[in-house]
Design a protein around this ligand. Structure first.
Ligand SMILES: Nc1ncnc2c1ncn2[C@@H]1O[C@H](COP(=O)(O)OP(=O)(O)OP(=O)(O)O)[C@@H](O)[C@H]1O
Length: 517
């Protein structure tokens, strides 16, 4: 079929879902522009595109969250125009979001019941959950509380909630970005099984290799338009990336760095869990040198956020535990640490790293007020904040109308580029980042990684905390693993295999994977 579906080469009855001419304009942005494509029964169909290409807008339209300005959709051959997600669900469309919408204090079964229009009695529901989870190889105990589940298990709850509706079309928005490689494999086994039963799956991801390995078809969006429809198994990752960006990607350049003196020493750092669901940090030891990238891997929830907080100053620690270039910062708060040159970019960009309702210019003040001299004598220097935001936008190719745009109006990946850029341009002595390319497209991820390496080349020490092992291997000089709040000794990355890393990560959630294998 042609990208725009106008020729109608595919018979309507063959497609579970079909769209023609879908368009949606936001102020200043044509988010979706005359989109046409179709998804067949039993197909795992990838939706690919750079940050801001319009993928989320498209799937939100299909799920009844966004009203298109123009265009039409069909589901199972019948005209389809959902007024809201409830209408989408009752027509047979289900969606698993990037951010889970589960209540921590409630059990699996209670959460599933909340999402249903008319939930069956509790006993019957628990039995249905057990049945579906057994049928699809998704082990889950209906009586467990969400707070005690790993990211992969939480996602299973969302998937099971969808499966109980017997969807014809299941939409998944970047489902593997929070999963370990093993959990990702389990997910794909489930999707395959679903597809074998005729469900169509629309799958958004930035992981090109994953799409090549598991998807049957890929529709590629660029600037709101469909630019190609390909069989991803027959295209190289480089080909897919170049279709997305309309050019070729540069490989990351690691050259020109040399290891200088130690800039950060962490010694015997222990800290109690900041919340009931948090992780206790136990006796963390690390030393970071100027010009060096230290990669820290681990399954989500093993102390990544807590370690970043203990380094950024949101969690204080006993004297002598966090020392930057000979200065003991253990008792210093975030502002004092930033002034001293220890900067950090947390994982949660909307809410923690940036305030959604504030403009990008105002968001520079969160971490740059003192260090960038954006406020003097307690007075905000608006012109300086705007200029700094403009510099970040230009240097990091943040796609946005300008510094006055609210953070929440940016697509996820573009906000991530802004948050990382804001710290990189802050000339840190040490920069700590958590999941720096989470939700970021291949082109932008490469430029963020290059910016981190360039910063190291200039003499900064960088700590990259990430769940993306390929990213850690690409960036890091040394690698350490976080497991239940403990950090392994760092080893040289050169020659390190994925198997060895798997062993280093070991333990935490290994049981659950072993049960399924
Ligand atoms: N509610 C909104 N108000 C204004 N602009 C919006 C809104 N939602 C999306 N946009 C803009 O529409 C464009 C498409 O965004 P969309 O979120 O669909 O992209 P995406 O391909 O899903 O990106 P990402 O991979 O970064 O999540 C972007 O330029 C974005 O800034």
């Amino acid at each position: 079929m042609s990208p725009h579906g106008k020729q109608g080469a595919i018979r309507v009855t063959e497609a579970v879902f079909r769209a023609e001419g879908l368009s949606k304009t936001y102020p200043g942005v044509r988010a979706n522009d005359d989109i046409g494509f179709s998804v067949r029964p039993g197909e795992i169909h990838a939706l690919l595109g750079e940050n801001g290409a319009g993928k989320s807008t498209l799937v939100k339209t299909i799920y009844g969250l966004v009203r298109p300005d123009a265009g039409a959709m069909w589901l199972g051959g019948a005209p389809y125009a959902p007024a809201d997600p409830r209408a989408a669900r009752s027509a047979g469309v289900a969606m698993v979001f990037q951010h889970f919408s589960l209540f921590d204090a409630m059990t699996v079964a209670e959460n599933v019941a909340l999402g249903m229009e008319s939930p069956p009695p509790r006993g019957a529901l628990a039995a249905r959950i057990a049945e579906v989870s057994a049928a699809y190889g998704l082990p889950l105990n209906p009586r467990r509380r969400i707070a005690h589940l790993s990211a992969g298990e939480r996602q299973r709850v969302e998937i099971i909630r969808c499966l109980l509706q017997n969807p014809r079309l299941l939409i998944m928005d970047e489902p593997t970005s929070v999963l370990t490689p093993q959990e990702g494999e389990i997910l794909f086994a489930t999707l395959r099984q679903l597809a074998a039963h005729g469900t169509a799956i629309l799958y958004i991801s930035h992981k090109l290799e994953e799409i090549r390995a598991h998807c049957d078809r890929a529709t590629i969006l660029r600037q709101g338009r469909v630019v190609a429809s390909v069989d991803p198994r027959e295209a190289t990752a480089a080909k897919l990336a170049s279709l997305m960006v309309g050019g070729t990607l540069r490989a990351v350049d690691r050259s020109g760095r040399s290891r200088g003196p130690a800039v950060l020493n962490v010694t015997g750092l222990s800290a109690p869990a900041p919340s009931a669901e948090g992780t206790t940090l136990r006796e963390i030891e690390l030393s970071l040198h100027a010009g060096e990238v230290l990669g820290i891997g681990g399954v989500a929830g093993n102390g990544q956020q807590e370690l970043l907080s203990a380094l950024s100053g949101e969690i204080r620690s006993p004297r002598g535990t966090v020392v930057l270039s000979g200065h003991d910062l253990s008792a210093a708060g975030p502002e004092a640490r930033r002034s001293a040159g220890l900067l950090a970019a947390p994982e949660d960009r909307l809410g923690h790293a940036a305030v959604p309702g504030m403009s990008l210019a105002d968001n520079t003040l969160l971490t740059g007020a003192t260090r960038q001299k954006l406020a003097r004598n307690g007075m905000v220097d608006r012109a300086a904040a705007t200029a700094y935001a403009e510099r970040v936008i230009a240097s990091f190719d943040v796609r946005t109308p300008g510094p006055r745009t609210a953070a929440r109006a940016l697509s996820g990946g573009n906000l991530q580029k802004f948050v990382i850029g804001r710290e990189v341009l802050g000339r840190p002595t040490v920069l700590v980042v958590n999941q720096p390319t989470w939700g970021v497209d291949a082109g932008a991820a490469a430029s963020i990684r290059q910016a981190l390496l360039d910063l190291a080349r200039g003499g900064a020490g960088i700590i990259v905390i990430s769940q993306d092992l390929d990213e850690l291997l690409e960036l890091s000089d040394r690698f350490a693993a976080l497991n239940a709040g403990r950090l392994s000794p760092a080893v040289e990355t050169e020659g390190l295999t994925l198997e060895r890393i798997g062993l280093m990560l070991g333990g935490a959630h290994g049981m659950e994977v072993a049960n399924v294998a």
